[in-house]
Design a protein. Sequence first.
Length: 154
Amino acid sequence: LVPEGRHIFPRMTVLENLQMGATHADPANYGADLARMFAMFPILEQRQSQRGGTLSGGEQQMLAIGRAIMNRPQTLLLDEPSMGLAPLFVQEIFEIIKRINETGTTILLVEQNAHMALKLANRGYVLETGNVVLSGLSQELVESPEVQRAYLGG
């Protein structure tokens, strides 16, 4: 789970945050998992001794995602990963989410940026006050006049 608002451990270092994500992982894989994480997020390798709370918002989001995948989850739940990020970081975060999915991890994404989410997703669900009001393949939802009008600015 990568919760809305990131919820990293601000007083712990980047490396300590990543270690927290690996607490239930196989210790024999820790080195390889950490190397994979740093390959995905090179900035975190450069800042591994820096306290998490001193990172930028985008870097904290990368750290939260990195911490979550240190345990090699089959399903990754992401709640508003683009919230409060600069547009450059939004693009980068969505590219990372795509790469994680391509490695075989199922992604459940809750995101208000409907355009970016539908561009990335295979399937989408539109919720209003907690109820599913539309669902379908992402391309179908993108082409839906109702979705375009209400969520995509069309």
